[in-house]
Design a protein around this ligand. Sequence first.
Ligand SMILES: Cc1ncc(COP(=O)(O)O)c(C=O)c1O
Length: 477
Amino acid sequence: MSRPLNRAESSPTATTARHLMFDDLEQLDQILAATSDMARDFVQGADDMDVTCRDFSAFDPSRPMPGQGCGTLDALRAAQEEILPLLAASIGPRYLGFVTGGTTPAALAGDWLTGAIDQNATGPEGSVTAAVEEQVINWLCEMAGLPHGRFDGVLTTGATVSNLLGLVAGRQWCGQQIGVDVDADGAGVLPGFEIFAASPHASMIKDLSVTGIGRNSFTKVATRPRTEETDITDLKAKLVASTARAKLVIASAGTVNATDFDDLIAIADLCAAYGAWLHVDAAFGMFAALDDRRAHLLAGLDRADSITSDGHKWLNVPYDCGIFLTRHISVLETCCRAFAPYLQTDAVGNMYINRGVENSRRFRALPLWLAMVAYGRGGFAGIVRANCDQAVDLAQWVRGHDRLELLADPKLNVTMFTGPGSDDDNCALLSRINATGKLFMTPTIYGGRFGFRAAFSNWRIQDHDMEIVRNAIDSVL
Ligand SMILES: Cc1ncc(COP(=O)(O)O)c(C=O)c1O
């Protein structure tokens, strides 16, 4: 049987590395100061950097790992030379791809602290992390306009995992309604399980595979003409026709292209009538609640059984931070509980280890908490309102442009448009736009046509950025 090496017996390489770490601990001030300088230069320089990097050939992924380390200050210098120049300025104001939030200074501070204090946020044993997460979840519910105390939840790695939890908890609840236990006996005990969705996000399709339900195993509901919204008449017809005894409806509050919102009241009525679990994907749309001009779009959200949202999108906290809320927290805890004698505690508080996929968990409530305390509800409302206005401004410019065409009126923070010529021409045009380095947009297909998608989700976008965006597009048209 092997016994642990003591210091004298350990290999010279291991001993040197240990010395390097203790040396580093002694010079922690210099290390943190150097890190802070690098981070400040990057964050402040993001306005002027090329928005994306398109050539990483200078970085060799196959280089062997060093046997002897060089210490943190030299490693930081290496990162400064080899990695930082090859990054995207996705925290900057003109990265309009996907739905990419930036990082507010408070959230950045919270994220740094999270790494420094390195808590394992599993539950209330010996640390306040669980109580902080509980407070943050209460505040998120308040921001979303959800009635006090009706929802509880957990912070996840992102909306993809939150959607997964919606499927898993919904399937368990469906089983409970008909007296079978999916958690204990597997999904095979369900006498038919039918999922209905009109415009499920790509992450939900992935989750259908991960849960063993199957990517193609959902009933596609029609959308209303020229929208991504659920057609209520079609949903009703499909629920009526269903012979499954377990049913789950996936609705959207803010689709990723057209930012369409389903009629959640009508869908909740149907779910109540046909005994279906209602999951709402509101990855960024949930924060429309902060804009009084758009809060009505979320009417009925309080009747969802589960809700997906994200902090790393519109709340501008660093990756990763997803949000899952449910009215049936005990159902989620049934599916996600992790039992082992060494995990038990009599400390009082929420066991977040039992609410999600992870056992060990980053204290991701802290960046959110810091940003919420630093900027308050008003700060987040300011981001949401400004981004929605920017989407409308770009749409107005496109509408008045003789070579560009708007694909849909923006309802929230995304503008979709296209250029002259064929889809291939426009695909090439998007590459030329992104190659200017002044902005970054992602492609989309909308109404059967190739288009450009500009998603505004960053707190740093200002009027002069909008001008740079317009000029860059014009320069390559
Ligand atoms: C509506 C919607 N749902 C889910 C996701 C997946 O989010 P994440 O990348 O945080 O897992 C996204 C991402 O854009 C989204 O827009």
